[in-house]
Design a protein around this ligand. Structure first.
Ligand SMILES: Nc1ncnc2c1ncn2[C@@H]1O[C@H](COP(=O)(O)OP(=O)(O)OP(=O)(O)O)[C@@H](O)[C@H]1O
Ligand SMILES: [Mg+2]
Length: 256
């Protein structure tokens, strides 16, 4: 099992879009996949048309309170969700001492059914994000190529580093920075890319996600890139990203 949290304190950079599309791709490729939504906004549920007020599924607040049995919402045969819940906003103030609640559940085998777990987090530097990082094997930082984004990425990296320093025996790995909403024709893009490549080296994903109307519109239709046709740029780019992730986390399967 591999757990990957998607973090960035900056809003609107594509955290939820990344979680939702990657989860769809991984599940479509046969991996048993779970999404955990730690964002009080609950955008994953909205995106995937899942009723976040249902009492039927275990929600992320219940994870934080500690459960013994997981009953996630079933989106497809291979894709499940632990939706968020407004109440988790109150958890923002809690302090993570000696490790996270979700990490403990993981160690207890509560998630052992899954091949991949993607965790969506809020645009804050809060305990909820710390929970996500601490529960994960890897974290990924998406960013838009824009002014101040380099600073935003550096802040996110520092936040993760500080979080991990305070938790004993943890080895969460920085998977990399994903450039999302790329517009190659923008004059500042080349300069921006150079700066990020210089700072990050191979920690910058080779795959990039373009700014595409089909991605912006997909939540309205409850679609993810797996529903697009095979020539769709969005589908090709996200598939490439999925392959790069598998390569980085040590798998060797092909994404189709
Ligand atoms: N590559 C893209 N092309 C076009 N639109 C995109 C792209 N990626 C994300 N968007 C749109 O940008 C908006 C913000 O994306 P998203 O909700 O994924 O960001 P976020 O980081 O999760 O935001 P928040 O910090 O509020 O949780 C959404 O309307 C989404 O559809
Ligand atoms: Mg989001």
């Amino acid at each position: 099992m591999k757990t990957i949290s998607i973090i960035c304190q900056k809003g609107g950079v594509g955290k939820t879009t990344t979680v939702v599309n990657l989860s769809s791709i991984f599940s479509k490729n046969g991996y048993k996949t779970l999404i955990i939504d730690l964002d009080p906004q609950g955008n994953v549920s909205t995106y995937l048309n899942f009723d976040k007020n249902t009492n039927e599924a275990t929600n992320s607040m219940q994870l934080l309170e500690g459960i013994t049995e997981l009953k996630p919402g079933e989106l497809t045969e291979k894709l499940s969700i632990v939706p968020s819940n407004k109440e988790i906003a109150s958890y923002n103030q809690e302090k993570i001492i000696g490790g996270s609640k979700i990490r403990k559940l993981k160690q207890d085998g509560v998630f052992s059914n899954y091949d991949y777990i993607f965790i969506d987090t809020p645009p804050t530097m809060s305990s909820l994000v710390q929970e996500g990082i601490a529960a994960s094997d890897y974290y990924l930082i998406p960013t838009k190529p824009e002014f101040l984004a380099v600073e935003g990425v550096a802040q996110a990296m520092n936040f993760a580093k500080t979080t991990l320093k305070n938790i004993p025996n943890i080895n969460t790995v920085f998977l990399g920075v994903l450039l999302n909403q790329v517009e190659v024709k923008r004059s500042s893009y080349g300069e921006f890319l150079n700066e990020l490549e210089y700072l990050l080296g191979d920690r910058l994903f080779e795959s990039k996600i373009s700014h595409l109307t089909e991605i912006a519109d997909s939540p309205f239709y409850g679609k993810t890139v797996i529903d697009f046709n095979d020539e769709s740029k969005a589908k090709i780019e996200f598939n490439k990203l999925a392959e790069e992730i598998i390569e980085k986390v040590g798998g060797n399967e092909k994404i189709s």
